[in-house]
Write a protein that binds this ligand. Structure first.
Ligand SMILES: NC(=O)C1=CN([C@@H]2O[C@H](COP(=O)(O)OP(=O)(O)OC[C@H]3O[C@@H](n4cnc5c(N)ncnc54)[C@H](O)[C@@H]3O)[C@@H](O)[C@H]2O)C=CC1
Ligand SMILES: O=C(O)CCC(=O)C(=O)O
Length: 448
């Protein structure tokens, strides 16, 4: 049994009931095999064992009071996974499905994603099983204040810098920062990213993950002498990431025809291609009373309750942008049947290992999420830089830096795959390029 297999076997024993975490680690370690073979010193240094064990895992209770005076208790998490190349950095997810396995998978992925950005940020993730859907503003505020009342002691601009993820957007970051400031009596706005523009946010951060994903795809399409012009895109989600993708892909000449949520999907044959439609996505995300089916009614589109958007309409490119494992083997086959040749991942780990195999065998080009959705955390790191300088770059400056970063991510991934004779393998290349920098830093810093 090889080193990677032994580490995976031990990991499974140590982490029962954590399927998402095991899935993420298995995917990464398997693609690192050629690197591990080339570096026998890693085994002696137990590098992989140290890499798969979070440096710190924090779990805490979050009591809060609803508008009727009823007390609720949720569970809060922050997993500080790896600080080899910078302070811990990664989003907070508020969603009823959140558990330790999900936060650990996201934190593990974040290590390599953050390394790929070329910026100095370590890997972390956090969140809660609190569901913001259906809650009033005041309830969300009280929850955020209670969450930060524990979290504040574990974070800091040079320690750990949380941001948004599913269920955590500008509103939540504002409430979290307000409470942090109150407790610490300091103006340390580098402690959170995704802030409002009046208190240290960066232009382009709200759009960054979606824009970055489209920029990443653009580089890949160019490699195949193609472009977005005239292409049809199927996409899941209607949230922060999907919103950015719809805007930038439209600007690049493609037509995005689907959005989706927990309750079904919408098919808009005319395309999600106007400011009015993009603004409406924000309304669905932020207003309790506005639902996905209202988009269909307002814009004359079809709403398909309880269904996923995959393989339902002819398309060239898929941008899964909702949640993990949202494309399984059957969905992958349906997407291929519908004409899809490229899958650019907006969500974290949206395809199951079975779906990845189906895509690989059909020569569908798939990007790993940790590379194609790295634009969000990259601009978060640029927000940290601006906060440190106490200065703001223009939208154009940030956007140009984002474009360069996404271009470099593709180039570095392709070069890493080539170095190990793996061909044009974006998944292996992304994992390897992300890993190499972290491994080198861990080896240089001695045993920890
Ligand atoms: N916000 C960011 O900057 C980044 C987000 N991501 C990833 O992108 C994905 C979407 O995140 P955001 O757009 O920020 O979140 P969001 O909260 O703005 O939107 C989440 C979207 O996912 C859908 N969704 C949630 N649970 C679902 C379920 N069980 N089944 C089907 N759809 C479901 C929601 O309906 C919504 O459309 C997540 O995987 C997140 O980890 C990745 C990189 C950065
Ligand atoms: O902006 C950040 O720090 C984190 C974004 C995020 O959660 C992610 O990249 O998955």
């Amino acid at each position: 049994m090889g080193y990677v297999e032994r580490v995976l076997e031990e990991l499974e024993k140590k982490n029962p009931g954590q399927p998402e975490f095991l899935e993420a680690v298995t995917g990464v370690l398997n693609s690192l095999k050629p690197v591990i073979e080339a570096h026998p010193e890693y085994e002696k240094a137990a590098l992989l064992e140290r890499l798969v064990e979070p440096e710190r895992q924090i779990m805490f209770k979050v009591p809060w009071v609803d508008d009727n005076g009823q007390v609720h208790v949720n569970r809060g998490f922050r997993v500080q996974f790896n600080s080899a190349i910078g302070p811990y950095k990664g989003g907070l997810r508020f969603h009823p499905s959140v558990n330790l396995s999900i936060i650990k998978f996201l934190g593990f992925e974040q290590i390599f994603k953050n390394s790929l950005t070329t910026l100095p940020i370590g890997g972390a993730k956090g969140g809660s099983d609190f569901d913001p859907q259906g809650k009033s503003d005041a309830e969300v505020m009280r929850f955020c204040q209670s969450f930060m009342t524990e979290l504040y002691r574990h974070i800091g601009p040079d320690v750990d810098v949380p941001a948004g993820d599913i269920g955590v957007g500008g509103r939540e970051i504002g409430y979290l920062y307000g409470q942090y400031k109150r407790i610490t009596n300091s103006w340390n706005n580098g402690v959170l990213t995704g802030k409002g523009m009046t208190f240290g946010g960066s232009l382009i951060r709200p759009e960054a993950t979606g824009f970055g994903c489209v920029y990443y795809g653009d580089e890949v399409l160019k490699h195949f002498n193609e472009s977005y012009e005239g292409k049809t895109i199927v996409m899941s989600g209607y949230g922060n990431v999907a919103w950015g993708i719809a805007q930038k892909a439209t600007e690049y000449g493609a037509k995005v025809v689907t959005i989706s949520g927990r309750d079904g999907y919408v098919y808009d044959a005319n395309g999600i291609n106007t400011k009015e439609k993009w603004d409406f996505l924000v309304e669905i995300r932020t207003k309790n009373e506005v639902k996905l089916k209202d988009y269909a009614e307002k814009f004359g589109a079809e709403f398909h309750p309880g269904e996923k958007p995959w393989g339902k309409v002819k398309a060239d490119i898929a941008f899964p942008s909702a949640t993990q494992n949202e494309i399984d083997e059957a969905d992958a086959k349906a997407l291929i049947e519908s004409g899809v040749k490229y899958v650019f991942e907006g969500a974290n780990m949206p395809t199951t290992p079975g779906a990845q195999k189906v895509f690989r065998e059909a020569q569908v080009v798939e990007s790993p999420a940790k590379a194609s959705n790295a634009g969000g955390v990259a601009v978060s790191a640029l927000e940290m830089a601006q906060n440190s300088m106490r200065y703001n770059w223009t939208a154009e400056e940030v956007d140009n830096k984002l474009k360069t970063i996404m271009k470099d991510i593709v180039a570095n991934s392709v070069a890493a795959a080539k170095k190990y004779n793996l061909g044009y393998d974006l998944i292996a290349g992304g994992n390897i390029a992300g890993f190499e920098k972290v491994a080198e830093a861990m080896m240089a810093q001695g045993l920890y």
